[in-house]
Every structure is written in C-alpha cells, then in structure tokens.
Write a protein that binds this ligand. Structure first.
Ligand code: URA
Length: 301
C-alpha cells in the first residue's frame, strides 16, 4: 500500500470512527502522526552520497520547472483583498543592497549578515509598540530551504521565535515527515515580524512596511526552494491573487527560486478536510527537493 492509500485509509477511519485528531492533540493518538504515517508507508528511504537517509516519495513525478519570471504585479494590488492600504510604499526586492559575494559567487557571511539584520531590529510600524518580541526567524542561515508563514501568534510573540505554538508543533511534524529537521535543514520566518494584536490578519500597510526585511532575508539566505504557508504569505511574496486551491500543487517562482504554497498548519488544525491536500502538497515539495538534490546537500546529522 502506498503512502497516499495509507493516508486515505487513515482519513476514512478517522471520519468513520469520529476519532480525535492526532494533529490536534498528539498525546491522544501518538502513533498516527504524519511522521509515523510517512515512516510506515512505502515512502522509500534514499541514501545520499554521505550515507544519510531521507524519505522520498515512492513514485516521484517530477514537478514542473519553475515558471519563468513575470513582471511583478504591484504589491498593493495583490493585497487588495486584505485591509485598506495606507500611504506606505514597499521598496521592491531588487532595490535591496546586494550581499557581498566571494569571487566564486558564494556568500560566506550569511550568519553574520542575518545577525546584523536581527540586531538592527525594526520599529517601522505601530506593531513595534504592541509586540512583546520581534520575531525575526529561526533556523540555519545556510539552509537550502526557507519556510515562510504569515505572522507571529501569541506564543511566538512571547518567545520571540516563529512557529512555536500549536501550528508550529504541527509544522515541525510535517517537516520531519519529509525528512527535514526544523533547526538544521530550514530557515523559518514570517511575512510580518511582529504579532498583530488579537491574532487578526496582517493589514496591507503592515505587510508593505515589513516585507523588505523578508526580501533581505531571502537575499542573504539565497534558499534553493521556498515553502509558503497559507494565502497571505503567498499573496505577499508572489505575483498572484488566487485562492490556495488554485496556487497549491504547482511549482511557482520568486526571483528564479522555486516556490510551493501549502495550506497553513493553523488551517489544518481548524479544518480536517485540508489535511489530505496538504499531505499531497508536502509530498510534492519533497519530490521537488529530491529532484534538485537538496537532500544530498543537507547538513549531516
Ligand atoms: N502562524 C504563523 O503564520 N507564524 C507563526 O510564527 C506562528 C503561527
């Protein structure tokens, strides 16, 4: 039985038995986490040159290559479905100061560059007054993969780290299910670096003010692939205004970096029906990483 069939059976059982959902309260049904499903399924284990093992989709269908870059649509228009725009104008990614590169094109000072950006902090909008902590991002500055969410929640605001609450725990499990360790293999951040009070959606003006910091982080880290969590992150970074249903399952493009969009883990906690498509999308992301030989470049455990 392949992983999809196994997962399908699992969801049917869940529905029939009206069972508690392990993603919501893992202690209730610990054995059926995504990681366990992946491990128990026919996901083959592949070994890279260094001998490290990774899960890989059993029947990889290679994803479409990144779409050619299109002329970016005005960010304000993309975000028009959100709150009204103030009079702020975001600087485009291309205006960011270029990172110092070595003669062979590599960037040897990613950690330092990120540290400088973190230390500089930000108080450009009113969220700096209401926040407890500036949530810059966390993970490996050299990671080949960036994970980008929407905005810090309450737990993140308290700890100053992204994705540490319930959605974050699910994200950790989801990443582990495709062979990614959140502290070593990825860098995780958000579109907004400060918690919007009451967990409301980010306002357009807040996104416009904050997103140059994300452009800079991407420029420094230069990830080989990006995973966007949810519609707001996707609309903010990509030249798109479609629903998640239309954006998912495709390999998109940000400045020639392949990007995939999946349902936000918080949405999965609220709506069980998104779990199956999210799992399928994660597997496609895994296939994309495998096709780019990203697993072979991960830090050794
Ligand atoms: N949701 C997000 O989008 N980001 C976080 O850091 C936590 C929850």
């Amino acid at each position: 039985m392949n992983s999809r069939e196994l997962l399908g059976r699992y969801f049917r059982q869940q529905a029939e038995l009206d069972m508690p959902d392990p993603f919501i309260d893992r202690s209730l049904l610990e054995p059926l986490t995504w990681k366990r499903v992946a491990e128990a399924s026919s996901l083959s284990r592949v070994r890279d040159a260094s001998g490290r093992q990774h899960a890989a989709a059993s029947a990889p269908t290679l994803p479409r290559p990144p779409e050619p870059s299109r002329k970016p649509m005005d960010l304000k228009s993309r975000l028009s479905s959100l709150r009204p725009v103030g009079d702020l104008v975001a600087s485009s990614p291309s205006t960011a100061e270029p990172l110092r590169r070595e003669s062979d094109g590599t960037v040897s000072n990613k950690r330092e560059a990120l540290k400088e950006l973190f230390v500089a902090g930000c108080a450009k909008c009113h969220l700096a007054q209401s926040r407890r902590k500036f949530v810059f991002g966390a993970g490996n500055a050299e990671a080949p993969v960036m994970i980008i969410g929407e905005a810090p929640g309450q737990d993140e605001d308290q700890q100053g780290l992204p994705f540490v609450g319930a959605a974050g725990k699910l994200l950790t499990t989801m990443l582990a299910a495709i062979g990614l360790d959140r502290s070593q293999d990825v860098f995780i951040t958000n579109i907004l670096k400060c918690h919007p009070p009451g967990n409301r959606n980010p306002e357009t003006a807040e996104i416009l003010t904050c997103i140059p910091l994300l452009y800079r982080q991407i420029d420094i880290i230069a990830p080989r692939a990006i995973l966007l969590l949810g519609r707001i992150a996707a609309h903010a970074l990509l030249d798109m205004t479609e629903s998640i249903a239309k954006m998912r399952s495709r390999v998109l493009n940000y400045n020639d970096i392949p990007v995939m969009v999946i349902y936000h883990p918080a949405a999965l906690l609220r709506n069980a029906q998104y779990k199956r498509p999210a799992w399928e999308d994660l597997q496609q992301f895994q296939t994309l990483l495998a096709s780019m030989d990203i697993y072979g470049s991960l830090p050794k455990k």
